[in-house]
Design a protein around this ligand. Structure first.
Ligand SMILES: NC(=O)c1ccc[n+]([C@@H]2O[C@H](COP(=O)([O-])OP(=O)(O)OC[C@H]3O[C@@H](n4cnc5c(N)ncnc54)[C@H](O)[C@@H]3O)[C@@H](O)[C@H]2O)c1
Ligand SMILES: O=P(O)(O)OC[C@@H](O)[C@@H](O)[C@H](O)[C@H](O)CO
Length: 376
């Protein structure tokens, strides 16, 4: 049986990556700092996924265990030494913290003379996720270890799509997921192109896929969250029932759709069908997804290359409309969730600094005037 090391035994980690790896006959070492989840994985060696749809089909994932990287970092490096594949779904901001562990694993492979090529796939909602992880890992490698990594380790970018809300069950491993799933990997960046997973699409160029996903699913999802929050809703399914929210979602998708079609030449009818599918996924009555989750880490979501600012910049560059995107950006600045550290940081910045300075700092943007108008 082949082995995989997966960082992040959270919602998408167990709810999608774990399912796909198990279906491809991998034994999985999940790495996480959540002790409850790691202990449960080690005690049971298996868990259950439920599809949130009519019939509520169950999928069984076996041959799993857990490593707590907070307590046992050496064990993680050893696991990487012996593995066939590394994946992550841990959050873009956390990649820098797991990078030293991956570097240590690469050094052990080098010391053991292990020349079997290995791919490290970051399954995060970000453009260039695996290549960003590579940069972080390389900060902990030098000399021959770097040469070894250049030769034998790949960091292919990826796009992963499946809505997995926060889980509220007695069983800490049970995970309810939407039936839809899409995982795309950049084949051109792979070190081991012979290892292909059933259920994963390998593309020669990931960029159109990741932009289509991030600027449709995630820009749209966040729009429902931020518009919903301003109207007092707590979950995506209840917010989207409000015509004002649905209308804002459609306006935003029209703008990102026009941009994606202009940039990548997508067929308009196909893209509109893709958008309609996304709206129906947000409306899934079997899923109750908290606005707090979907809107989480608003400073990250306001980033220069993220789901709002990048399409705004690019639409402006092409002379296309971005008014609805701009309006949603205005709402992000009002996202005030006591349990979200970034939201609290943003609110504190808004109290302490002039609005234009905050806008510039978080978006890295020169369109400060336009944004301050919609926030103000
Ligand atoms: N949930 C979704 O619908 C979904 C879909 C596609 C992509 N994603 C992306 O996947 C990533 C994870 O999202 P999620 O929803 O599964 O989040 P999550 O919070 O459910 O899972 C993240 C896991 O990482 C663990 N973690 C945090 N810091 C860690 C550290 N330093 N070391 C080890 N483990 C650590 C947490 O304990 C948690 O179990 C994000 O980048 C997200 O954008 C999520
Ligand atoms: O994970 P984030 O914070 O980047 O975005 C929140 C949600 O939009 C996201 O997790 C979606 O559920 C997911 O990307 C669907 O594929």
């Amino acid at each position: 049986m082949r082995k995989a090391v997966h960082f992040g035994a959270g919602n998408i980690g167990r709810g999608f990556i774990g399912e796909t790896l198990a279906a491809n006959d991998f034994a999985i070492d999940f790495v996480d700092v959540n002790e409850t989840i790691i202990d449960a994985l080690n005690q049971r060696g298996e868990y259950t996924i439920e599809l949130a749809a009519d019939g509520q089909e169950k999928i069984h994932v076996a041959n799993v265990d857990g490593i707590n990287n907070g307590k046992d970092p050496e064990k993680v490096a050893q696991a990487i030494k012996d593995t066939d594949l590394v994946t992550t779904a841990i959050g873009p901001k956390i990649l820098q913290f797991i990078a030293p562990l991956i570097a240590d694993g690469i050094k052990l492979r080098q010391a053991a003379g292990k020349t079997q090529t290995l791919d490290v796939i970051a399954c995060e909602n970000m453009i260039g996720g695996s290549q960003h992880l590579k940069e972080e890992v390389y900060k902990h490698l030098e000399g021959e270890a770097k040469d070894f990594a250049d030769q034998y380790i790949g960091f292919p970018n990826a796009a992963v799509d499946r809505i997995v809300p926060l889980q509220k069950h007695d069983d800490p491993l049970f995970v309810s997921v939407e039936p839809f799933k899409e995982w795309v990997v950049d084949e051109s960046q792979m070190a081991n192109p012979d290892l292909k997973l059933e259920g994963v699409h390998y593309a020669s160029d990931l960029e159109p896929f990741i932009e289509r996903k991030l600027f449709s699913v995630n820009t749209g999802h966040a729009t429902v969250a931020y518009t919903g929050q301003t109207l007092g809703y707590k979950t995506i399914d209840e917010a989207i029932q409000d015509e004002k929210v649905l209308n804002q979602l459609k306006r935003v998708l029209k703008e990102t759709g026009d941009l994606l079609i202009a940039k990548w030449g997508f067929d308009r009818a196909e893209h509109e069908a893709y958008q309609a599918k996304i709206i129906s996924r947000f409306q899934n009555a079997y899923i109750s997804d908290d606005i707090a989750r979907v809107g989480r880490t608003p400073i990250r979501k306001l980033g220069y290359n993220e789901r709002f600012i990048r399409p705004i910049r690019e639409a402006k560059g092409l002379g296309l409309s971005y008014q609805a995107l701009l309006e949603t950006v205005g709402m992000i600045f009002k996202f005030d969730q006591p349990e979200d550290e970034e939201s609290q940081k943003l609110q504190a910045m808004l109290k302490e600094q002039p609005l234009a300075d905050v806008v510039k700092e978080v978006t890295g943007l020169t369109l400060v005037d336009e944004i301050t108008k919609v926030v103000g």
